[in-house]
Design a binder for this molecule. Structure first.
Ligand SMILES: CCCCCCCC/C=C\CCCCCCCCC/C=C/C(=O)SCCNC(=O)CCNC(=O)[C@H](O)C(C)(C)COP(=O)(O)OP(=O)(O)OC[C@H]1O[C@@H](n2cnc3c(N)ncnc32)[C@H](O)[C@@H]1OP(=O)(O)O
Ligand SMILES: Cc1cc2nc3c(=O)[nH]c(=O)nc-3n(C[C@H](O)[C@H](O)[C@H](O)COP(=O)(O)OP(=O)(O)OC[C@H]3O[C@@H](n4cnc5c(N)ncnc54)[C@H](O)[C@@H]3O)c2cc1C
Length: 639
């Protein structure tokens, strides 16, 4: 079958209004329209071509990124794009670049930690890109005194950095503070005296994150003017006297709360992209199972394929909605901080750290699972999946290693529990801990599989599991005389308790989303199916937790799995429409397997011939290496 829409028959099966779902996915009609317009603008501009990335050398790749970044900036100015539109443009250009750190970390660090005066001086320069900044926190070795190593944009492009370093005055160490440091000349880009700076080398995968100049930085007697220390949280006077404002020291790390929140939103984008590719290809691909000479089975109809694919589809939607909520939480905490209310900062930190950890880990694993779901063709670069995995997987490490972040959540949970004794009522995402006595002894009321569809039943099971795991950790911790020793000894259990808490947040935010008014025929119903798939898939995967804490019985675990199978059957006819609702262009997907029309095989065949190796029939190197070898063998054979 040539041309046409090879997935048309699948699209006809949809039981809901896809256009309405597109708006739910985008967040609002306005957000949908902006996203739709900008994605088409990028897709139709040959300057943003990206299919050649895996073939380019590092130098060519990097220069190409610089060209694209400059061109994108030119278009942003020419078209007078708003910040929202510009950030969508960056998203659809789909290439990590120094600009991400400039806009995503350097500017927010100055906004969050600089005084009014400092903001007035530095922000206009940064907004007009008259200086380019990065965020230099991580060290090559341990401590805050060796060499900076990893900051994106640092290696080759940034003119400035926010550098985190220890502040020592009069021999007294005041801990880590942020400083704006000029690194390179604004005239000829050479490093300023005393500064050694360069790229740290090639990273995982071809193309992928190698478009970024992650860098190394060393200082040798570099003087930083006093007014370039970011002084919102603490100050040094002309006389060298150190003082602190009436704000928590933790604000020094505020940029991370912001970025982790954006990383959660980004997880739903990366996962939905992989799921879109794997779902479309699973509907196109037929393999075995032919009856009476009829067509073979579409692999999407195999229950095993569904049980691997549909939880990922549901996770993409779940991460979307929790990301939306986290954005709200971040906006709320920011407004409170401006009004000197710091009470919700620990919760915002725990939520952003924990959800960053959970969503990036599930997304990285999910992209790899999607590659496997596409069989051998998933391993081709033209499937789009190898590069997507390579570019995405460092999200499990940057902005805080995922395990380290879960330990931060665990500390927050243990602290919350310990404060119950003093009568402090937990609020927000830990409000359920206020019901700890009930949650420690409640019994799940599921008698038949459909009982698992009740939101209250699901919520109680997840709350009870999380509360019981945290309480068990707290009890075990109390047996240690040295709390830090206990924390280290029990860190494995603490991480599991943190995961249970974060999964509860995601499930409960999905359920809350469904309580809103959601217009469009069948849209809410499909989201209900996905929400239940997400929750019951987690319950099935972690049934050890639910059973060992006595939250559910083995029979109830069995019934949850039975219900899950029924939900997969309900999702099946809607699968293609549910990924169409992401509204991704073929340019953004960058995948032959995931192309909208499903015309996979001719495109794969054509693409193979475009590989540079096929430029000539006889490859370079044949005459030099293979021909002499063949001749040698022939001679030996004749002897
Ligand atoms: C015209 C417009 C054009 C627009 C164009 C748009 C362009 C695109 C825009 C945006 C895109 C954005 C994309 C961004 C790209 C991201 C790319 C990734 C780049 C990667 C960057 C990095 O990796 S930066 C380095 C990050 N490093 C880490 O995360 C290290 C992890 N470790 C920690 O977080 C540690 O906690 C820390 C080192 C911060 C401190 O350690 P320690 O001193 O040991 O203290 P600790 O015990 O952990 O904590 C003490 C105390 O503080 C609390 N706390 C810790 N962190 C925070 C926090 N972040 N916020 C609030 N509070 C925090 C902690 O709970 C403890 O509290 P108490 O227990 O004492 O109460
Ligand atoms: C692509 C990429 C881009 C980056 N961009 C930037 C940037 O722009 N700016 C910047 O400053 N940094 C950047 N980083 C650095 C990044 O933030 C760090 O790599 C990250 O925070 C992890 O720290 P680490 O590398 O020191 O790992 P380590 O802390 O050395 O972790 C190694 C292992 O030890 C374990 N571990 C560490 N501490 C503990 C603990 N307390 N308890 C239990 N286990 C522990 C971890 O779980 C992990 O398994 C980037 C990194 C990457 C990969």
């Amino acid at each position: 079958m040539e041309g046409g829409d090879h997935l048309a028959h699948e699209r006809k099966k949809a039981q809901f209004d896809v256009e309405a779902m597109k708006i739910v996915w985008a967040g609002s009609r306005h957000a949908f329209e902006v996203s739709d317009r900008i994605s088409k603008l990028v897709a139709s501009d040959p300057a943003f071509r990206k299919d050649n990335r895996p073939m380019l050398s590092r130098k060519e790749l990097f220069k190409n990124t610089l060209r694209k970044a400059a061109y994108a900036w030119k278009r942003i100015i020419e078209l007078r794009l708003s910040e929202e539109e510009a950030s969508k443009l960056r998203f659809y250009v789909d290439e990590p670049a120094f600009t991400d750190l400039h806009w995503g970390m350097f500017l927010p660090a100055i906004k969050g930690q600089g005084t009014e005066e400092q903001q007035q001086k530095w922000l206009p320069l940064a907004y007009k890109m008259q200086i380019i900044g990065c965020y230099a926190q991580t060290e090559l070795g341990h401590g805050s005194n060796s060499s900076k190593w990893w900051p994106g944009g640092l290696g080759k492009i940034s003119t400035h950095a926010v550098v985190y370093a220890r502040l020592i005055t009069d021999g007294q160490d005041h801990g880590v503070h942020g400083f704006i440091v000029q690194l390179r000349s604004l005239d000829d880009h050479s490093p300023l005296p005393g500064i050694t700076v360069g790229d740290i080398g090639m990273k995982f995968g071809n193309g992928a994150y190698n478009t970024m100049d992650n860098g190394v930085l060393r200082f040798d007697h570099v003087r930083i003017p006093r007014d370039q220390m970011l002084m919102k949280v603490s100050q040094v006077s002309r006389e060298g006297k150190y003082s602190q404002s009436n704000v928590p020291r933790q604000l020094v790390y505020g940029t991370m709360v912001f970025v982790r929140q954006t990383i959660v939103a980004d997880a739903s984008c990366a996962l939905s992209r992989a799921v879109c590719i794997a779902t479309r290809y699973s509907a196109v691909r037929r393999q075995f199972g032919s009856q009476n000479g009829g067509p073979e089975t579409q692999v999407i109809d195999y229950k095993t394929q569904q049980s691997r694919l549909f939880p990922l589809l549901a996770s993409a939607y779940a991460f979307r909605f929790v990301g939306e909520w986290l954005k709200w939480l971040y906006t709320d905490v920011t407004q409170r901080l401006q009004a000197n209310d710091f009470s919700t900062l620990p919760e915002a930190h725990a939520c952003t750290a924990g959800l960053k950890s959970l969503t990036t880990a599930a997304t990285a694993d999910g992209i790899e699972e999607c590659r496997k779901l596409c069989g051998g063709h998933g391993y081709l670069c033209s499937s789009g999946l190898p590069e997507l995995f390579a570019v995405y997987v460092p999200a499990c490490t940057y902005e805080g290693d995922n395990t380290v972040l879960l330990l931060q959540v665990a500390r927050f949970l243990v602290k919350t529990l310990s404060q119950l004794g003093s009568g402090k009522q937990p609020v927000g995402t830990t409000a359920y801990m206020g019901q700890v006595e009930h949650l420690m002894q409640c019994h799940c009321n599921v008698q038949k599989a459909e009982d698992w569809l009740k939101p209250a039943v699901i919520l109680e099971a997840f709350e009870a599991r999380s509360a019981r795991m945290s309480v068990a950790c707290a009890k075990n911790l109390s047996k240690f005389t040295n709390p830090e020793e206990g924390f280290a000894e029990l860190s494995g259990d603490l991480v599991e308790a943190a995961i249970a808490h974060c999964q509860l947040i995601i499930v409960s935010k999905f359920i809350e989303k469904l309580q809103q008014d959601i217009p469009g025929k069948g849209v809410k119903q499909q989201l209900g199916v996905l929400c239940n798939i997400y929750a019951l898939f987690l319950l099935h995967k972690h049934q050890g937790d639910f059973l060992s804490t006595g939250c559910i019985t083995p029979k109830q675990a069995y019934l949850a799995n039975e219900q899950l199978r029924a939900l997969y059957s309900q999702a099946r006819p809607n699968a293609i429409a549910l990924v169409d609702a992401f509204n991704y262009t073929d340019h953004y997907l960058g995948s032959i397997l995931g192309c909208y029309d499903g015309n996979v095989y001719p495109k794969l065949y054509e693409a193979a011939w475009k590989d540079p190796l096929n430029d000539s029939v006889v490859p370079d190197g044949y005459r030099e290496y293979i021909w002499p070898m063949l001749k040698q063998q022939l001679r030996t054979a004749r002897l």
